[in-house]
Design a protein around this ligand. Structure first.
Ligand code: AAT
Length: 292
């Protein structure tokens, strides 16, 4: 540990630890679920950390929040009802709200402290809560989904932390089964699905489960996020049986001026080309993912 630096140490990435220089610790708290910390870094702006793991930084959050949201929502025409699991910081809400077809945005975050801390320290992220279409539920995403009537949502976005801690069940088969049930025919899910450099075994399991559960398409996409372990993170994108979804060819473009209304900052990362490119996999990952 280097004095004055934050190092991200976890058994999920043994033998390596990305570090950021700390200017000032702004918040430290303990919720019912996890340790919550916010610090000012020298080069990535403010940083939100849960149980020692970086959840977002002001500088690179766009790469994650825009991709986890627009990969699913730009892949179907006119999404209307969207559910976000996790994502208490509000960044995914901010991105969902760029879609004018959307009528209802439900979010289920387990930890109210994440919501409060984001509103206090990350106003450009928590701005997502200002949209009147948003309904916030504080609770466990697993229990929330079990109670959702069948076929409710056009899209479910699972913006979850890593599978050590409160998010563990969000990576397990029964959870994916309740997501599939909550979606309308031809509805889509996008879940945080870890790194091809570090977690091929986790990805392999997720893919195997999803191929059994989702009878439409099952695809893995990835993006670069410099402050996430190994600098990349992936997403599992699946659709249920029904109108077919071709994730690689977005049908609902958003990278036009009118879709980024004056009140919102323009998209920084997502565009239609990077949408399609996100599904191109390195050979070592392709071999495992496509064999499942
Ligand atoms: N958008 C920032 C990125 C995140 S946030 C993940 C969120 O999921 C956290 O706010 C956490 O409190 C919430 N969460 C965890 N478990 C549950 C649950 N069971 N139900 C509802 N919400 C939950 C993800 C960062 C990925 C980091 C990669 N290393």
């Amino acid at each position: 540990v280097i004095p004055g630096w934050f190092s991200e140490i976890s058994p999920m990435w043994p033998g390596e630890a990305h570090s950021l220089k700390v200017e000032k610790i702004l918040f430290q708290g303990k919720s019912d679920y996890q340790n919550v910390m916010v610090f000012q870094s020298s080069t990535y702006g403010k940083v939100l950390v849960l149980d020692g793991v970086i959840q977002l930084t002001e500088r690179d959050e766009c790469a994650y929040q825009e991709m986890i949201t627009h990969l699913p929502l730009c892949s179907i025409p006119n999404p209307k009802k969207v559910l976000v699991i996790g994502g208490g910081d509000g960044g995914v809400l901010r991105e969902v709200s760029r879609h004018s077809s959307v009528e209802q945005i439900d979010i289920c975050e387990i930890d109210k402290m994440v919501v409060d801390v984001s509103k206090q320290f990350f106003p450009d992220v928590a701005v997502g809560y200002e949209d009147p279409r948003v309904n916030l539920h504080i609770g466990d995403g697993v229990a929330f989904l079990k109670a959702v009537p069948e076929g409710t949502y056009d899209a479910v976005i699972v913006d979850s932390s890593d599978p050590i801690g409160p998010a563990q069940e969000l990576f397990e088969k029964p959870f994916f089964e309740s997501v599939a049930k909550a979606l309308r025919p031809g509805g889509v899910v996008c879940t945080q699905a870890e790194s091809i450099w570090l977690h091929m075994h986790i990805i392999e399991d997720i893919v195997a489960n999803c191929r059994q559960i989702f009878k439409g398409s099952v695809n893995y996409a990835w993006t670069t996020v410099p402050t996430y372990p190994s600098g990349v993170i992936g997403f599992m994108l699946c659709s249920t049986e029904g109108p077919s979804v071709d994730f690689k060819h977005p049908v609902n473009p958003i990278d036009t001026d009118e879709n980024c209304s004056k009140s919102k900052r323009p998209l920084r990362f997502y565009n239609s080309e990077i949408h399609s490119a996100a599904f191109c996999l390195p050979s070592f990952a392709k071999k495992v993912i496509e064999a499942k």
